[in-house]
Write a protein that binds this ligand. Structure first.
Ligand SMILES: Cc1ncc(COP(=O)(O)O)c(C=O)c1O
Length: 343
């Protein structure tokens, strides 16, 4: 089958670009120094490709991702890097990991999340520390006492995590390294009180700032990057050596002069980071099922032709699709299920 034969909108991954992205990151952070975040692709088959690059630990954002990874038997140790209170889902994660013989650690940032983890039979936790992003995470000063409470409850505390999401898009590298170093000083302060072998942080946008030898060693033991595998237009601005590997193929369904409308609307795209891109055209706006774009003078779009749309944010885009089509050039060479969707 050719890409042009796919029913649209179709999520298409350029397998060669994906493999190059995986190899670039594996050369920077090999083995367990990268704990790839599966929320960026929600696909166990893609995670297996990351295993083939030598990674064996994974980060998850939802219980569904943990259960799906464990059921597929991908990875040796999973981190739920998110706070969860739902007893049934926590229990399902523990059972799925136990069945698969896969290790599981759960992030906690309060006595309530500790208690929920304990009641569900979670045996290992990381203390989630706020390092500047006003989201989840306990203050660094309180991390030690939460770790003590967990140990008193008989739970292993294997370290700390802190996500510096507010720094992912700082484009000035020197500034970013300094800000990441400050943020990680907070995490290390917490780690001094908590102990344990794991100091987990980072993402695609900041991974470079964590490379030991750049002048600001941050003291982390692993990076949680995910988007690097498929990339999106926002991260592309950072120019870190990763390529766009994911596009949505759309069909032009209506034309008016230089203006075209493709069938790739809001319901096929994550729009929280802005409009998607179409090479050689200007995207005007997206509505539920439509993407309106304009082509340059003298190159009007044609009804029935195909467009390749690149999302600004890969994670929520993928979560809207059931299938990833694999392509080499214009040939479709396989398909993967987006099997880690939902919660
Ligand atoms: C806890 C956590 N770690 C790491 C990341 C980094 O992911 P990415 O590399 O896709 O930016 C995220 C992204 O939101 C996150 O929430």
């Amino acid at each position: 089958m050719r890409i042009d034969d796919l029913a649209t909108p179709a999520l298409v991954v350029d397998v060669d670009a994906l493999d190059r992205n995986l190899a670039v990151m594996a050369a920077r952070f090999d083995g367990a120094s990268l704990r790839p975040h599966v929320k960026a692709h929600k696909c166990t088959a893609l995670a297996a490709r990351q295993v083939a690059q030598g990674h064996r630990t994974f980060t998850c954002a939802t219980p569904r991702e943990v259960v799906g990874m464990a059921t597929a038997g991908v990875g040796e140790h999973l981190l739920l890097a998110n706070e969860v209170l739902d007893h049934d889902r926590l229990t399902a994660m523990v059972e799925a990991c136990d069945r698969a013989g896969i290790g599981l650690a759960v992030a906690i940032d309060s006595v309530e999340t500790l208690d929920a983890a304990r009641r569900a039979g979670v045996r290992e936790v990381l203390i989630d520390v706020e390092v500047g992003l006003p989201r989840c995470g306990i203050s660094p000063d309180a991390a030690g006492s939460l770790a003590d409470a967990a140990r008193r409850a008989g739970i292993e505390v294997s370290g700390v995590m802190g996500y510096e999401g507010h720094l992912q898009m700082v484009t000035d590298r020197v500034q970013q390294r300094e800000q990441v170093a400050q943020s990680m000083a907070m995490l290390r302060h917490a780690h001094d009180e908590v102990g344990g072998p794991i100091v987990s942080a980072g993402g695609t946008g900041t991974h470079r700032a964590h490379v030991i030898g750049l002048g600001h060693p941050t003291g982390v033991t692993e990076i949680q990057a995910g988007s690097y595998a498929l990339m999106d237009t926002q991260y592309e601005e950072l120019g870190d050596g990763f390529e766009r590997a994911l596009t949505i193929i759309g069909t032009v369904i209506s034309v008016n002069g230089r203006r075209g409308v493709a069938d790739v609307g809001l319901k096929a795209l994550g729009m929280d980071h802005g409009n998607p891109a179409i090479d050689g055209a200007t995207v005007w706006f997206c509505s539920d099922e439509h993407l309106t774009f304009a082509t340059p003078e003298g190159t009007g779009p044609v009804v029935g032709s195909r467009v390749r749309v690149t999302p600004a944010h890969v994670d929520p885009t993928i979560a809207r699709h059931e299938t990833i089509w694999l392509a080499q050039g214009d040939d479709v060479v396989g398909q993967w299920s987006v099997d880690l969707r939902h919660w």
